[in-house]
Design a protein around this ligand. Structure first.
Ligand code: HEC
Ligand code: HEC
Length: 431
């Protein structure tokens, strides 16, 4: 199939017109089209709706928006038992070869929980928890639960060395994050901790396709440099659709999954299922998502902000970062992240299947989570779902999971008098 974009765009316009969306008329047409594509339910090939086929053969969801509803974080309440197949939590997997992490020979880089008719999904995800209780100086207790994800038949997968559960993050504000310049990132980084403050954030530098080496900004591990790459990765791993940046028509299917590789695809050999125009329209929509807005400061939140700085949270959760505008000027904004990766200790690390803490390089490293929008996430109906796998049900739990480079800051926060800790949390929930 060559993507008949025009036909699809025509349908999308007709739909919008029929919805009489007055608001939409104010938005640029590209944003509206991008939103329609973000919400589009892709179908398996061959189909009569050529513009939307090519899904899978293995996939995790049929639409971007089913994991990022309204552009937000996955709405899932983690519970013991089987995770609903479309919960917005994905499982990265890998094997280790010569000390380096490589895709698993059978499962590839991600476990797909759905398949097109005639093929079997790779597995369901089964959740159990390891819990422990932490008691703070003032007697406050918090139950911390670490999800342990298992897949079907994993005992037979001896070379399955590494797993990494990831929750679909909030996408608001991506536009500014994308434009934080390398010069600023490099100036924040201190990989060998030369200044001796115990914080050694690193820029993730990667070679992306044929392009130059670029700094990573997106993903919980900060491994995708910009929206075009991140969106292409989502089409590839989550929907099984090919783009010019990730051309495999069969998505994440491995050579061992020959039935999957042989299944009908949505493009002719040499072509792709999702053209650059579509990737760009989706990026335009994401760039138009408004950045999270903080609520008005009160006496309490002002004190909390002071404590945030004093306890050392701001060393990673930077309250000011520059975005480079089209005219070269800098717009300073408050994402509360340095976009660098930090060693966060054993408690948050990805792990090996035998349950020992993984020794895979980077298993302990996570990109500083942006804290803007935290208030809205905590207030979400399905619960807060904080941290990369949604394990933390409150801001306090999220703080108590901090280890590694963040251990001293966590300790200082835990030792605050109850009233001060409440002010700190009030500040965080105002973001
Ligand atoms: C099955 C659920 C799922 C689907 C479907 C999905 N995503 Fe995601 N998305 C995720 C997860 C999980 C991550 C975090 C990935 C990681 O850390 O490696 C993510 C990360 C992202 C990010 C990076 C955000 C940040 O700040 O780091 C963007 C942008 C994004 N997705 C856009 C999309 C788009 C566009 C689509 C559709 C083409 C899509 N996603 C489909 C689960 C999903
Ligand atoms: C060494 C860097 C570092 C320091 C210091 C640090 N954090 Fe974090 N923080 C991170 C990283 C990295 C993550 C993401 C970890 C993950 O998801 O596994 C995170 C995640 C969070 C989250 C969860 C956000 C979400 O949306 O899921 C909260 C809340 C948070 N930090 C608050 C704090 C507070 C409060 C302090 C100070 C007491 C602090 N952090 C100190 C690096 C740091």
């Amino acid at each position: 199939m060559s993507l008949s974009l025009k036909a699809f765009l025509g349908t999308a316009c007709a739909l919008l017109a029929s919805a009489g969306a007055a608001q939409a008329a104010e938005d640029s047409m590209d944003t509206v089209l991008g939103k329609a594509l973000f919400e589009r339910l892709w179908v398996s090939a061959p189909s009569s709706t050529k513009a939307a086929d090519g899904l899978g053969p293995l996939f995790n969801s049929r639409a971007c928006s089913s994991c990022h509803q309204g552009g937000g974080r996955a709405k899932v309440s983690l519970q013991e038992g089987d995770l609903p197949a479309s919960a917005g939590l994905t499982l990265r997997v890998g094997a280790v070869k010569n000390g380096a992490l490589v895709p698993h020979p059978l499962l590839g880089s991600q476990v797909q929980t759905f398949a097109v008719p005639g093929l079997k999904p790779e597995s369901k995800l089964h959740v159990s928890f390891q819990t422990h209780v932490e008691t703070l100086n003032d007697g406050t207790t918090a139950e911390l639960r670490r999800p342990r994800i298992q897949i079907d038949g994993q005992d037979q997968l001896a070379d399955l060395a590494w797993i990494s559960p990831r929750l679909a993050p909030d996408l608001h504000g991506a536009s500014l994050l994308e434009r934080v310049p390398l010069t600023w990132l490099a100036a924040q980084a201190d990989p060998d901790d030369l200044n001796g403050d115990g914080i050694s954030g690193a820029v993730v530098m990667g070679q992306y396709g044929e392009q130059d080496i670029e700094p990573g900004r997106f993903g919980w591990k900060g491994d995708e440099p910009d929206l075009a790459h991140q969106i292409s990765a989502a089409f590839h791993f989550d929907l099984g659709l090919s783009t010019p940046l990730r051309r495999a028509l069969w998505g994440d299917c491995t050579t061992a999954q020959s039935d999957c590789r042989a299944a009908p695809q949505g493009a002719d050999k040499g072509g792709v299922e999702v053209e650059t125009t579509v990737v760009s329209l989706v990026a335009t929509y994401l760039r138009a998502l408004p950045e999270p807005a903080s609520s008005a400061a009160t006496e309490d939140t002002k004190r909390g902000q002071m404590l945030f700085t004093k306890t050392g949270c701001g060393a990673c959760h930077a309250s000011k970062a520059p975005a480079e505008l089209a005219d070269g000027a800098a717009k300073w904004f408050a994402p509360y992240t340095d976009l660098l990766v930090h060693d966060m200790g054993d408690g948050l690390a990805d792990r090996a299947f035998d349950d020992s803490v993984s020794t895979v390089a980077g298993a302990h490293e996570w990109r500083t989570a942006p804290l803007w929008g935290l208030g809205a996430r905590v207030a979400a109906k399905d619960g807060a779902n904080l941290l990369h796998d949604g394990r933390a049900r409150s801001v306090l739990e999220a703080i108590l999971w901090h280890g590694g480079e963040a251990a001293p800051a966590k300790q200082r926060a835990a030792e605050l008098p109850a009233e001060d800790r409440a002010a700190l949390i009030a500040f965080l929930e105002s973001l």
